[in-house]
Ligand binder design. Structure first.
Ligand code: ADP
Ligand code: MG
Length: 696
């Protein structure tokens, strides 16, 4: 490679005609700094002004150029004054409609005048119409001139017009076509094998598509030129994560080779048999732990598939080898649940204490826990992110388990790695609900993936209904009946407001109201603003059956496990994401009794919301629901990282480009092996300055 490579990647936009400091600033707002950035600033859509269409062929929604003669023009005084110009071209008749017009304009539309128009056809009261079309008068004998390429419409910002974009991209293409380099980062053989156009070809085509390219294909992002760029972008993301993983893998981690007696004791004491899937994943983990390099494994499993046990078996191995284990969870309530579970598995039978640290632990109590972690006296600890604040030190941290990973950002996940001392701890990450495979392979390409694809035997699918909150009183009656039969119920309150205070207030009001309406029930309330001890007290009472109805905010979303609870009511269900609803619903259906979930919505229900709620009604399969959620709401929502923008693409779209992902993976392997020199420029081109993840 010569020194001139990638010149456009380092050529500032200011070399272009008409780009001074002000324009450069506007461009920078859209992330366009270099000529290469400009070339990658692709049109959102295209208009076809390359041919004149017969009026008779137009359908509503078509955007088209037409050449017509004026038949009649008049001003109508309806609800709005408008100028109506009836025009025709021999193949059909159509109306031009103007709400704003001058007298001179009206004059010009004399019968027999020829016009060239561009606009979008819409159904009018009498016939198809173009509302405020662009138009020009054609003089006698004047030939019609049309565009040579499809007209690109660029995403833009205030003060930058489409004409400017056309001019700037035109200049950038001219530089490219004069031979200024836009480095081809995909090897020739790859382009050939995957039938992708070269970079200059792709870029030229997308900025100035020739008339024979289908606008339909372009609008679906299905053109090979678009695929080529999406492919390259996905590849860059994949490579950055692979490199990250490779760097992490190169570090040393405790080699866990103890015979596994502790895990065996734990397993023997269980009242049930682990499922085949639990055992398989447990083996995968054991192999990682013995490798001498840090395990980085994501365990996916549907709600109730028994991830906690898998985590406990991994912990037992590491503890047996004399290392410490920390289990981090997103909420205090879940931390408490896990503490109880782990205590039941570790403390009585195996005599291993379970430590505990959350944000509510202050002062002396907190210091004591920290001290005992630092000396290594405490080997097993459960907590919230308080576990990993600056002052937390571990003597011999061997394994970090992160439960319900979607609640944490990736950065937080990586920060944990630094808590080990001379060695890097192993990491086991568990998701709350499944993530579609393509998304997992993209967003978590730095992790290995295990799937617990089997539920414990005897689980019954939860029956789900969707009802309007106009039928609230019927729902309340149903809660009463359910509980009179000795079973328990949850009532989850949600609000649009992000404010936790308001959420808690709503839950308090609802609890009071339900207690009044159903005086025979033992009703209690749990929400995020209660004292930790109070929350625990309520949960414990619910768990042992001293309460019938638990009114809660979404704090109970994760981890709560009470098999006798068989009815779940979710208010304002239309406001929650599918994954979250599925997760909440997963609190029931854990016992032998048939369980029900009532999704209550506040009408009117929009089309999208209707679709989402019926998906839940029809399926209990977390994997299927996750795929739907991805299609409906995009990857940011599904991963729960929308604020951090960790998985934002310029061109690629994980739903649309799903089929590319296995190819991208294979190619990433190939490049890392055969063309490592291409990886850095690829990552830099597509991820730019963004430091994707913290260094390991
Ligand atoms: P999740 O995967 O949602 O975290 P949990 O680990 O909370 O699921 O497990 C849900 C419930 O299933 C718990 O009560 C747990 O004890 C129980 N469980 C786990 N594994 C099995 C099994 N193999 N057979 C029967 N019950 C199991
Ligand atoms: Mg769990």
């Amino acid at each position: 490679m010569n020194a001139k490579v990638d010149t456009l990647a380092t050529t500032p936009v200011t070399v272009l005609r008409g780009v001074g400091p002000r324009r450069a600033q506007q461009l920078a707002r859209l992330g366009v700094h270099t000529v290469q950035d400009l070339l990658f600033h692709l049109p959102l859509r295209y208009q076809d002004r390359t041919r004149v269409m017969p009026v008779g062929s137009l359908r509503t929604g078509d955007q088209a150029v037409i050449e017509v003669t004026v038949d009649h023009a008049e001003v109508r005084f309806g609800r709005r004054r408008s100028l109506l110009v009836r025009v025709s071209d021999g193949s059909g008749t159509l109306m031009l409609r103007f709400f704003h017009f001058t007298a001179a304009q009206k004059q010009a539309f004399a019968r027999g005048v020829r016009l060239l128009c561009f606009g979008e056809a819409r159904n009018g009261p009498v016939m198809l119409e173009l509302v405020h079309p662009e138009y020009s008068l054609l003089h006698d004998g004047e030939p019609v001139s049309v565009e040579e390429a499809l007209t690109p419409i660029y995403p833009t910002t205030e003060g930058l017009h489409q004409l400017s974009w056309k001019d700037l991209t035109g200049q950038a293409l001219a530089l490219l076509n004069e031979g200024r380099a836009l480095q081809e980062l995909l090897p020739k053989a790859v382009l050939h094998d995957y039938q992708l156009p070269s970079l200059p070809e792709a870029v030229n085509l997308l900025h100035r598509p020739p008339p024979d390219v289908s606008t339909q294909l372009l609008s679906e992002n299905g053109h090979p030129a678009q695929r080529r760029l999406a492919f390259e972008e996905l590849l860059a993301h994949q490579l950055s994560l692979r490199l990250l993983r490779r760097r992490a893998r190169a570090l040393a981690a405790p080699r866990i080779v103890a015979p596994g007696n502790l895990a065996r004791c734990l397993q023997d004491a269980l009242p049930f048999e682990p499922t085949g899937a639990q055992l398989r994943v447990t083996d995968e983990i054991a192999a990682d732990l013995a490798s001498g390099h840090p395990m980085l494994r994501l365990v996916q499993g549907d709600v109730g598939s028994g991830k906690t046990l898998v985590a406990a078996l991994a912990a037992a191995r590491v503890l047996e080898d004399g290392w410490q284990v920390a289990l981090m969870v997103p909420t205090e309530l879940l931390a408490e649940q896990h503490r109880q579970n782990l205590a039941q598995w570790f403390t009585a039978p195996l005599n291993i204490e379970v430590g505990w640290l959350t944000g509510h632990y202050k002062g002396r109590r907190r210091e004591t826990v920290l001290e005992r972690l630092a000396t290594g006296e405490l080997a097993l600890v459960v907590g919230t992110h308080a576990l990993f604040q600056e002052d937390a030190r571990f003597a011999r941290l061997g394994l970090v388990i992160v439960d319900e990973q979607h609640r944490f950002g990736v950065h937080q996940r990586l920060a944990l790695r630094n808590k080990g001392n001379e060695q890097v701890p192993h990491q086991l990450i568990m998701t709350a609900t499944p993530i579609p495979r393509t998304l997992a392979m993209t967003a978590y390409a730095d992790l290995d993936l295990s799937v617990i694809d089997e539920l414990p035997p005897g689980r019954q699918p939860v029956k789900t209904v969707v009802v309007s909150d106009e039928r609230r009183s019927e729902v309340v009656t149903r809660v009463g009946e359910n509980c009179r039969q000795g079973r328990q119920a949850y009532w989850v309150c949600t609000l649009i407001e992000e404010s936790e205070a308001l959420q808690c207030q709503a839950a308090e009001d609802t609890a009071r109201e339900l207690a009044e309406t159903l005086p025979e029930l033992r009703v209690a309330l749990v929400h995020g603003r209660m004292k930790a001890a109070d929350k625990e007290g309520v949960m414990q009472a619910f768990k042992v059956g001293e309460l019938d109805l638990l009114v809660a905010t979404t704090v109970i979303e994760v981890g709560v496990d009470v098999p006798n609870a068989s009815l779940m009511i979710i208010e304002n269900a239309e406001r929650l994401g599918l994954a979250q609803l599925h997760q909440l619903r997963g609190r029931v259906g854990r016992g032998a009794a048939e369980s029900h979930c009532v999704l209550m919505y506040h009408p009117p229900l929009g089309q999208l919301a209707r679709e989402r709620l019926s998906m839940l009604r029809e399926s209990n399969d977390g994997f299927a629901i996750a795929r739907k959620d991805l299609a409906l709401r995009g990857p940011g929502e599904v991963l729960g990282t929308r604020q951090t923008g960790e998985i934002q693409f310029r061109i690629a779209d994980l739903v649309r480009d799903e089929a590319l992902i296995p190819q991208v993976q294979a190619l990433a392997d190939h490049l890392l092996r055969e063309h490592p020199e291409l990886t850095t420029p690829l990552i830099r081109r597509w991820l730019g300055e963004k430091v994707r993840y913290a260094a390991v």
